[in-house]
Structures are given as C-alpha cells and as structure tokens.
Design a protein around this ligand. Structure first.
Ligand code: GLA
Length: 369
C-alpha cells in the first residue's frame, strides 16, 4: 500500500577544511549537523502541487505535468529537485508540502542543500521511486546548477545526504569515494559563529572563481594534456609555469592546490588526535581564502583575528562559499561560554549586528522520520 504522507529531514553541514576545492574535483571534510530542514509531503489527486515555506510565510503552486524555473527565488530549489528527479526517470505524482528550516539562510551551513535533499528524500519515499542516495545527490546537485544557477561543487548535497553522527566525511569530489573520520575532539567544541551577513557578491563571485580556476587548468593543459582539473596539479607544476599565468589566476590556483594538501594534512592530524596541528591548518586555510582566493569579508576576518588572541582556540577560519556566513573554530569546551559572550559583544560593538553561535552536534544524513 502506498503512503499518503511522509516527513523527511535533511541536515545542514559544517566543513572542517577543504574550501572551494569541491568544484575543482579535490577533497573536502564536511560533517552533517543537528540543524535540519523538515518537509511534510502529502499525496493529492490531480496535477497541481502546492508548496508552502512556513518560515517565509510564502507559498506557490505548479503543475506537475508542465513547469519550469522561475526568475529568482527559493521556489527554484523545489522545482529543480522535482524537475531533475523527473529528468532522471522518476515519476512523482501531485503533492502538497510544507517546509520548515532551522538551517540559517546565508549562514554558510548549506540551507540550500538541506532543502534540496529533504525534498528529494520525501519524494523518493512518498512515490516509492526507489532511487538510490547517490543518484538523489546528483539530482540535487543538478538542481543547483540548472535551476538555481550556482555552479557549486558536490560537497553540500553529499554531506547532507551521507553524513554520519560523530563523524566527518573525507570526500574525494572526483571519484566520490568517501570515508568516515571519527570526530572526537576530546575536551574541545566545534563552534560556529554566524556573522548574519550575506553580501550580495556571494553568487556572482562564486561562479567567477570557478571560471578563474578553469582558466588556470586551460593554461596548464597545454603542457600537460592529462590535467583535467586543479586536483591534478601539483605545486611544482604551478610554480614552473608561474610566468605564463596571470597573477590573479595564479593566486586562485595556489589556494586550491594548497587547500587540497591541507585536507590530507588535516586527516592525518585528526587521526593522530593532534588538535594543535589541525587548528594551525584552519588558520592557514582562512588566510589563503582571504588573501589568495579573496572570498572573505571584514566580519569574517574580524572573528578569525579575535580567535587568534584567545589561547583556548586551536584554530578558526571562514566556512563555506564566503562573503558572509560563518566561521568555524575549535575551542576548549570549558572556555566556550565565556568566549561566546565576549566575542558577541565585541562583534556587536564593531558592526552593530548580532552574532549567532552554535556548538556543533553532528548528525546522520537526510532521512524519513
Ligand atoms: C558553497 C558551495 C560548495 C562549496 C563551498 C566552498 O557552500 O555550495 O559546493 O564550493 O561553497 O567550499
């Protein structure tokens, strides 16, 4: 007997390290978190679907037989997932659904992937589509490209779908091979501080960075035809051809190649329980995102600079696409509450904005509840 109603949740994510490496087919180290998007979906007769975003107090309708992307808006995440699942051969019927989310929009914790993945999992269950998770991830990823228009990598959808409580994912974005790394930072918290700013530049600059990386690959490919992405480039090759690469493109490539190395070093540090070593890599990652990749902003830099003068913090960096969103820090648990209080008031004094803090609890991936 088929179901009439399902509820699905999908988590947001943090990323310990590996920023702007996913669409360069490199490595990332995200983890799913206990902040979710929740979808309740009902089967209905006819063809007109109705979708309601409870937090936004907004809703829309579409005809399941014939729909296309709209100009701009959250609706494209929903339409995109339905459309891409249908393009992949899935045949959902009409439905109504409500959406509620605890993942802050623009907070660098991937509210968009949480929305996409929760819709995908709900559709899959309600209409018994029997699509395996890896294919749902791809459909959600295509929704982001083809419907939302952001040429993102696969990290967010992968983490939201495949996360595992108490673990980070070490994901190879080329082969999609992955491993679960135990996330036991004994005596430490993972603290996410949301700047509550989302600068306009985020999506246009994001796609621009992707093109800049591709330009680097294009130049290097003339010498090494086997190079398909920056993932295949080692630092000695980049250095050797520095004079032929425009300085801006060189800086972008420099960040990506080093950041990929940092993911491997961080994996080693985690396995050795070397928190100081892991923390140092977080700082290095931030400075590279700020100086070479140029995706940070004053608010993020302010938070990272302050963490430097706090001995209880092992490391800190901006997280996600940049131009706002959050920082991630590794901090001694006993010091966390006092630090949150101090940094929130300093942040408010400097920017006139509230800082939102989250002590991260990891979670499993998207599922029916
Ligand atoms: C955003 C994108 C991800 C990834 C990060 C940067 O979150 O959705 O695919 O590229 O930025 O690492």
């Amino acid at each position: 007997m088929h179901k009439e109603e399902v509820t699905a949740i999908a988590p947001g994510r943090i990323n310990i390290i590996g920023e702007h490496t996913d669409y360069n087919y490199g490595w990332v180290m995200p983890a799913a978190i206990q902040k979710h998007t929740r979808i309740t979906m009902n089967r209905i007769p006819g063809n007109i679907c109705k979708v309601e975003a409870l937090d936004l107090k907004d809703s829309f309708e579409f005809d399941i037989r014939d729909f296309s992307r709209i100009d701009h808006g959250w609706q494209n995440y929903v339409l995109g997932v339905v459309g891409e699942i249908m393009a992949d051969g899935g045949t959902p019927g009409a439905f109504t659904c409500t959406i509620q989310s605890e993942v802050p929009v623009g907070g660098g914790m991937s509210s968009s992937a949480a929305l996409e993945c929760s819709i995908a999992v709900a559709l899959n269950e309600l209409f018994t589509l029997n699509i395996e998770k890896q294919r749902l991830i791809q459909a959600c990823h295509r929704a982001e490209h083809n419907w939302v228009g952001i040429k993102s990598g696969i990290m967010d959808q992968f983490a939201s779908m495949m996360g595992k409580r108490d673990h980070a994912l070490l994901l190879d974005c080329k082969t999609l091979d992955y491993e679960y790394l135990p996330l036991q930072l004994e005596g430490y918290d993972i603290l996410v501080l949301n700047t509550n700013v989302a600068h306009e530049l985020a999506s246009s600059e994001y796609n621009k960075r992707r093109n800049e990386c591709e330009e680097g690959v294009y130049i290097l490919k003339k010498y090494y035809p086997e190079i398909e992405s920056l993932r295949d480039v080692q630092m000695d090759i980049l250095l050797k051809h520095q004079s032929e690469i425009p300085p801006l493109i060189y800086s972008r490539c420099f960040h990506v190649i080093r950041e990929n190395n940092r993911v491997h070093q961080a994996t080693y540090a985690m396995r050795q329980n070397d928190i100081a070593g892991l923390g140092a890599l977080l700082y290095e990652s931030h400075y590279s995102l700020r100086d070479h990749y140029q995706v940070s902003c004053a608010e993020l830099d302010f938070l990272v600079e302050h963490s430097k003068s706090e001995p209880a913090i092992a490391g800190s960096r901006m997280m996600g696409g940049g131009f706002g969103g959050s920082t991630i820090s590794i901090i001694q648990s006993e010091r966390t509450p006092a630090y949150i209080e101090k940094i929130s008031s300093l942040y408010h004094e400097s920017f006139g904005l509230e800082l939102t803090s989250t002590i991260v609890a990891t979670d499993d991936g998207a599922r029916i509840v």
